[in-house]
Design a binder for this molecule. Structure first.
Ligand code: IVH
Length: 664
């Protein structure tokens, strides 16, 4: 088969499928088919890179990493909109326009809660995506925009055009990402808007690619240039070019119809897959728009009706304390149950003592509650005017609520900790963590079962997971516990013995060691013995490991050798099963620069070798450079290295280092 033709054909099939799925919301092929075609295309492009097309869907997977964002100046400023908050103000907006001598038709649109983006196409090809910034200067986010499947890489016509719209994240996507982040111990994304904005403001486009962002286009600057004299027609025009246009946009005849649209949008809001925070009202006729013009900040021909804020009020009945896996004590608000944006809220974290004191909360207060990001309930403050005198002050506890050990507070930190390693609350949380998905992934052992097994005495420490079988009879006697679920658990426990080292390291719950650090350590040391024998200084040599973490890791292994030995005897794998980075005293963790040519290796080979041994390779010499490799015909970097007194390896010395690596 002719590879060039097949590549063209595959790009066409995949782009059409993409368009049907992401823009029209009307899938035409299955995920499996899509993946099959995409794999075929990826392979062909790898073999025949010269035939790769500019709008190939493989360009959407991310990979481009920037050092910094470059600035983009908007030829036509990206304005924001004035706000109105109730029916009267909507009618005032209309009256002002009538006073200026117009009786316009309006276009009503959902106000999508995300961040605005400008997209520039040349000859139909996406060449730039930019944020609004201050309206005049924005940031170039093309690398991330390309990962958004609702945004066409190539239009259906080869024209030069700029369009504007909103990048947003679906509600479900946010929930999914937050579930994953919770497992990882990462802070949750606060709301869809922050999540979308945070995602496009990443230098590494792989992050945005994973965030499943979406887009609606709603604005064409200068439509008259395209012979278009109505906004509704501009929307149609942009739809024909391949953009995703919101199907709820509507042309209406007068302000009463605008009000009716607002009421419909209010009713529909909750059931939409994305967040909207209001309705945008725009004069339809472009000549009328131009005559109405702008104030200093906003167009006079459009406004945004904002939905009322979602805050609700309820009583703070009590403040109770929970103990986390690390012993961290968290105050929690116990609320009179209240409906906030469709779900009942009865609890909310109050984070720590300072948070409660800063808000000046008293038990019995009427408090304002909202859902941060419409996901996580948050207490915003007390309505002090509504106090009746029976409220009680908040007092931070000084003893662990579970084991009554005196709490400690580390210098400079706001959180209190229960220092008792044997505290049952800490124990249960630690066991839940050990079994969790990103740790040992023991399926079937949910939080509640672990808590029950703990209270029954079946699992009170990590090795007990691997003795569960011995409690078969007792467990099968528990009401509602079938043989099948017991067997599933035993199998999952058995399977967890074969996990790669990083899952165990994460599961152990070493303070400060999240899944990322666990991976780093596993990769670096290859097995647990190397890690256990590492000194603090050696740990500090690893990039991304600082003083506190190094001390935590070192102390943990000093105090827990018995546990590790026990786990070893239970046949739990203690090796890293991925490909390890190699270590060399001369290269690992050092920063290299190269100048001139080395006869026996190319620059790329040298770079790859250094990276294989976990050294870093950069282009310019600075005080931080450890070694400059100097080959034949060196450039100015050589002079600079001498000036800064940096170690220099000539070809001969470099050869010796390589020979030593090969002999090891
Ligand atoms: S029109 C000159 N239409 O709301 C007109 N904006 O508060 C420019 N937004 O910065 C904007 N949905 O980020 C327009 N259907 C919509 C919108 C919308 C959301 C955002 C946009 C704008 C902000 C203004």
């Amino acid at each position: 088969m002719n590879p060039e033709l097949r590549i063209k054909e595959l790009v066409k099939i995949l782009n059409e499928a993409n368009y049907n799925y992401y823009v029209l919301d009307n899938p035409t092929i299955t995920d499996q088919e899509y993946d099959k075609y995409l794999r075929e295309l990826t392979d062909l492009e790898r073999k025949y890179p010269e035939y790769t097309l500019i709008d190939s869907p493989t360009k959407r997977v991310g990979g481009e990493v920037l050092d910094k964002f470059s600035k983009v100046s908007h030829k036509i400023p990206m304005l924001s909109l004035g706000n109105v908050f109730n029916e009267d103000e909507v009618r005032d907006f209309d009256s002002k326009i009538k006073k200026a001598g117009f009786d316009p038709e309006y276009v009503c649109e959902f106000k999508i809660d995300g961040l605005s983006v400008s997209l520039q196409y040349e000859q139909g090809i996406l060449v730039r995506g930019a944020t609004r910034g201050d309206g005049v200067i924005g940031e170039d986010i093309t690398h991330n925009v390309k990962t958004i499947k609702a945004i066409p890489l190539k239009l259906k016509k080869n024209i030069d055009i700029e369009v504007r719209g909103e990048i947003y994240m679906d509600k479900k996507t946010l929930t999914k990402i937050n579930k994953e982040r919770e497992m990882e111990g990462l802070p949750l994304l606060q709301n869809v808007r922050n999540a979308a904005a945070g995602s496009v403001r990443q230098l590494d486009s792989k992050v945005a690619a994973k965030r499943n962002l979406n887009n609606f286009i709603y604005h064409l600057p200068n439509p008259l240039d395209y012979g278009i004299d109505q906004h509704i027609k501009a929307l149609e025009f942009m739809q024909e070019l391949g953009f995703k246009i919101n199907p709820n946009n509507r042309l209406v005849q007068n302000i009463d119809e605008v009000i009716a649209y607002i009421n419909e949008a209010t009713a529909k809001r909750e059931s939409l897959p994305y967040e909207i925070d209001g309705v945008v009202i725009k004069v339809n006729n472009i000549n009328e728009q131009n005559e109405l013009g702008f104030t200093a900040k906003y167009p006079k021909w459009a406004t945004a009706y904002k939905f009322p804020a979602n805050d609700v009020y309820t009583k703070l009945k009590d403040i109770i304390f929970t103990v986390g896996r690390t012993g961290q004590i968290t105050p929690n608000a116990v609320l009179e149950p209240v409906l906030v944006m469709g779900s009942t809220v009865a609890r909310a974290t109050l984070h720590n003592e300072d948070f409660v004191n800063n808000l000046g909360l008293m038990i019995g207060d009427i408090v304002e509650v909202h859902k941060a990001g419409d996901v996580i309930p948050e207490v915003k403050g007390a309505i002090k005017e509504r106090r009746i005198g029976t409220e009680k002050p908040f007092v931070m506890i000084s003893e662990c609520p579970i084991c009554h050990t005196k709490l400690i507070k580390k210098e400079g930190q706001v959180d209190y900790y229960c220092p008792n390693d044997k505290c049952p609350a800490r124990g249960i949380e630690g066991l839940i963590h050990f079994a969790s998905r990103d740790a040992m992934n023991i399926d079937g052992l949910g939080d509640e079962i672990i808590e029950d097994f703990y209270n029954e005495g079946f699992i009170t420490s990590i090795p007990d997971f691997y003795h569960l079988k011995e409690h078969e009879e007792e467990i099968l006697n528990i009401e509602g516990f079938g043989r099948k679920s017991f067997e599933n658990i035993i199998n999952a426990v058995e399977n967890s013995k074969h996990n790669s080292l990083e899952k165990l390291l994460f599961g152990l719950g070493i303070p400060g060691v999240g899944s990322k650090t666990a991976k780093l350590l596993a990769e670096y040391y290859g097995n647990i013995d190397n890690l256990m024998n590492a000194s603090i200084e050696e740990l500090l040599d690893i990039k991304d490991i600082g003083d506190i973490l190094a001390l935590n890791i070192f102390t943990y292994f000093k105090n827990n050798r018995n546990l590790i030995d026990t786990l070893k005897m239970l046949d739990i794998n203690m090796k890293y099963l991925g490909t390890s980075k190699k270590i060399s005293d001369s290269i690992t963790n050092k920063k290299f620069v190269m100048t001139g040519t080395i006869s026996f290796m190319t620059r790329d080979e040298i770079k790859a070798l250094i990276e294989e041994y976990n050294g870093s390779f950069s282009d310019s010499v600075s005080k931080k450079t450890d070694v400059v490799i100097v080959g034949e015909n060196p450039g100015s970097k050589y002079e600079k290295a001498k000036e800064l007194n940096i170690t220099i390896w000539n070809e001969e010395m470099f050869k010796k280092v390589i020979d030593k690596l090969n002999n090891n």
